[in-house]
Design a protein around this ligand. Structure first.
Ligand code: ACO
Ligand code: ZN
Length: 495
């Protein structure tokens, strides 16, 4: 027996290579992990640190934000699976099964499925990239591949619904399927964009798969990043970086930040305050005029956005930063960016609620604001695709609530037995794009065909549950407080 194979028997840990899969004990951060169950994970990277070997693992079927460095004692070496030779020679990441939104329904609610393409991991990224590009090319040549059946049926519905709303008695409405795609992605939508502050990424270098920042401090919060963001390498080794919550400049220590804060003249984001109601304000800023702030905002946002790659060209974008105001200033809560001109009718490019403010309704407030802007523009709009898992959940919930609000408030006109409304009228009133309206109604299973016409049927349970939800949604956007005139960027010639 050779020395090598001896050492492998004595030290099974040396058998663990990038691309291996084995059960790993997840850290105990969240409720669903408390049970201490081990979960199948793929080893993405290995490093030795202070005489310890560390393994960067991706939990199969979980969102990448849960990826982490673990020590040997968390690995279950008895059940190790080696990458298949043929695959190992191309890429380890190809072992990760394609996640679909529907498939992800089974995963836990805190880590729902992905809208992203397969993650690519391991050393041989180039080979995977080539394969991927070939796939995209193939899809480009064959526009009918994938989803088209669904699009067609949605399209035909769109043209013919002149719906009346009434009750057909007890019709069971199935709950919203949480993770089936509402707007199927066309092949073109999967192709990375070439411009933009945070453009949809293809399969970047393996390095971007690994979180590079341990912690950030922003105002009174310490926040653990979820994903890679291209901050300068010299600061990524620090235990924490310190960010000015007003101008978003970053510093390597609290002392440095304190020095900065003495000089920093800002107590709010740059740009114009275009909305204020109560303690909530929105600032509009131009990515060309406030480039440094916009770039720092994108760097910060990338820490929590997985499916976007950061570009430094912020010129084509406007940024809408939402703040909460107190005695100390206007604290950033979240933002969305918007192309000055969008050929695809996107009214949001990227949207983010910073983690300390998440799940409190701010995301929906940001979304509501984006549609309010579209109403002022007299257009319908939709968020840029692909959406993240949390983005999809939030948009679906917003669309459902907004459309139900209109349907429930609808009264029959004189001489009509039942209220009537067209899909186009819903679009006009909400600025939600037609596809999104139709897919929401379809997902809610509200559309029925009855005696030669389409009817929307609302049952009592749905109406009651909607009312309860809306009672909780106290903070809303009030258009009276929006001081904004849309600009026609196409006419200006220059951004
Ligand atoms: N697990 C399950 N459901 C969730 C979660 C979660 N972790 N987070 C939000 N939701 C649901 C909420 O329950 C709520 O639905 P409900 O009212 O029907 O219960 C809905 O999503 C919205 O909740 P909000 O509190 O209004 O939204 P939040 O402030 O948390 O912001 C957002 C949502 C912006 C998507 C946030 O999660 C985020 O910033 N994520 C990271 C960045 C990201 O993924 N952005 C979207 C990318 S897509 C794009 O940019 C176009
Ligand atoms: Zn500052």
């Amino acid at each position: 027996m050779s020395e090598d194979s001896n050492s492998a028997i004595l030290d099974p840990i040396s058998n663990v290579t990038e691309g291996c899969r084995l059960p790993v004990l997840m850290s105990n951060g969240e409720d669903w992990r408390k049970s201490g169950h081990s979960t199948l994970a793929e080893v993405i990277s290995i490093k030795d640190l202070e005489n310890k070997r560390l393994f960067y693992v991706h939990y199969i079927d979980y969102n990448k934000r849960l990826d982490e460095w673990v020590e040997e004692d968390r690995l279950d070496l008895r059940k190790i699976q080696y990458p298949r030779r043929d695959l190992a020679s191309s890429t380890t990441g190809l072992n990760t099964p394609k996640k679909t939104l529907t498939g992800a329904t089974n995963s836990r609610p805190s880590s729902p499925g992905l809208t992203t393409p397969d993650p690519i991991t391991g050393p041989s990224v180039l080979a995977a990239l080539q394969q991927k590009q070939q796939k995209i090319k193939k899809r480009k040549l064959d526009p009918n591949e994938e989803d088209d059946g669904r699009r067609a049926s949605i399209g035909s519905l769109g043209g013919s619904i002149g719906s009346s709303i009434g009750s057909l008695g007890e019709i069971e409405i199935a709950p919203l399927t949480p993770l089936t795609p509402l707007t199927p992605l066309t092949p073109q939508q999967n192709v990375p964009r070439q411009t933009g502050s945070l453009a949809t990424h293809s399969d970047d270098h393996a390095i971007t798969r690994i979180k590079n920042m341990k912690m950030i401090e922003l105002g009174k919060y310490r926040i653990k990043p979820w994903y890679f963001s291209p901050y300068p390498q010299e600061i990524t080794s620090l235990d924490c970086i310190y960010i000015c919550e007003f101008c978003l400049k970053y510093r390597k220590s609290r002392k440095c930040l304190e020095r900065h804060l003495h000089k920093c003249p800002f107590k709010h984001p740059p740009g114009n305050e275009i909305y204020r109601k109560g303690s909530v304000s929105f600032f509009e800023l131009d990515g060309r005029k406030n480039k440094l702030y916009a770039q720092n905002l994108c760097l910060l946002a990338k820490l929590f956005l997985d499916h976007k790659t950061l570009y430094y060209d912020t010129d084509p974008f406007l940024f809408y930063v939402m703040t909460e105001c107190d005695m100390r200033g206007y604290h950033i809560v979240g933002y969305f960016s918007k192309e000055k001109e969008s050929s695809e009718d996107y009214n949001v490019a990227c949207i983010l609620t910073l983690p300390p403010y998440q799940r409190k309704g701010y995301g929906k407030l940001l979304i509501e604001f984006s549609y309010e802007l579209s109403k002022f523009e007299g257009k319908t709009g939709s968020p840029e695709k692909p959406l993240s898992d949390l983005g999809l959940l939030s948009y679906r919930s917003y669309w459902k609530q907004t459309i139900l609000e209109i349907l429930i408030a609808l009264k029959p006109q004189e001489g009509q037995e039942k209220p009537q409304l067209t899909i186009n009228e819903i679009c006009e009133q909400t600025s939600i794009k037609k596809e999104d309206v139709i897919s929401t109604l379809t997902n809610l299973e509200l559309i029925n065909y009855y005696r030669g016409q389409y009817i929307l049927t609302l049952n009592k349970e749905l109406v009651d549950s909607h009312r309860k939800i809306m009672e909780k949604r106290k903070v809303r956007i009030d258009s009276k407080y929006l001081h904004w005139t849309p600009k026609d960027w196409a006419k200006r010639g220059k951004w």
